[in-house]
Every structure is written in C-alpha cells, then in structure tokens.
Design a protein around this ligand. Structure first.
Ligand SMILES: [Zn+2]
Length: 165
C-alpha cells in the first residue's frame, strides 16, 4: 500500500478518538436535501446552520440536477425523510464560466490525451439552468408536491444565498 494517504489517515485517527456520531440512523434529521457544486469554497451544512446528520448532500460539478441527483432526491424523499430540497449553484463557478469546448481543451492539454469525446455539462446561463433544474425536481413523478423545492445561488465572496426560484 502506498503512503500517499498517511496524513489523512493520521487525521482520521484523531477524529475517531473522540467520535460522537455513532449510533445514529441515516435519515436527514432536519428533513433537508441539498444539490450543490463540488467547489471547495462551499460548506453546505455550515452555510445553512445545519450539522452532521441533518441533511442529504449531493454534489457534482456545477450543482446540476442530473439523473444521479434525481436518483438521490427520490431516495431522500421516500426513504430518508427529506421534506425540503435546495438546489444551489454558486458565483464564479468554473462550470459556468467556460464553454464545453474550452473545458475539453484544458483537459486535453492537462492529460495529453484527446478529451473532446467527454461531456462536462457546462452551464451557459446559470439562472435559466437553475430554473430548469428546479422544474425537473418539482415535476418529477416520484417527488410529491408536498416537498418544498427552491433554487438559490450561493455567493462565494459573501457567503450569502440568493433565492432565485
Ligand atoms: Zn462550481
């Protein structure tokens, strides 16, 4: 085994030394599910005043409502006590500031391998795409109308959420 992860495993042993999250079920205790970007500037629980155990969190580049995100949301609503869903893309997102072709060119340059065949689902109009993504959740046949669904943009410079829909 490589030593590449030794620092993280040492940190994990410290974490486990005073571990206090055991014996808890996997439901969303605050009834919340969040779809947001993988961006490292986003702390999804803290930005909403939540703590571990409160929410189901699904992240991907751009915070898009993909097929996999819908799969997670349907499971969350029916099996894990989700009652409210927040879709949260953010300002200065790399997925919303380049074209599909530009990202493919950057990946090709970095990898030294042609990446033009790989899709990255870039966002061309963040607000329009957010409205579309929220509508996809609201109209999903397995997500009942009793579930609240909102679309927000997170400002990575101020920490504030702006509700769009
Ligand atoms: Zn992003």
């Amino acid at each position: 085994m490589s030593a590449d992860f030794d620092d993280l495993l040492a940190a994990n042993r410290d974490f486990a030394a005073d571990f206090n999250l055991s014996g808890f079920d996997g439901v969303a205790h605050a009834g919340i599910a969040i779809v947001t970007c993988m961006d490292s500037r986003i702390d999804p629980l803290r930005m909403l005043g939540l703590k571990p155990g409160d929410a189901k969190i699904f992240r991907n580049p751009g915070g898009r409502v993909t097929e996999a995100a819908l799969e997670a949301l349907v499971l969350g609503v029916h099996l894990l006590k989700v009652e409210r869903i927040l879709v949260i893309p953010h300002t200065r997102c790399a997925m919303a500031s380049a074209t599909e072709q530009e990202i493919q060119e950057k990946i090709s340059a970095s990898s030294g391998t042609d990446a033009s065949w790989h899709r990255f689902h870039v966002v061309t109009d963040q607000v329009a795409d957010l409205r579309h993504d929220v509508a996809k959740v609201r109209t999903h046949p397995l997500i009942p109308d009793s579930v609240g669904v909102g679309g927000f943009v997170y400002d990575v410079d101020t920490g504030l959420l702006d509700q769009i829909v």
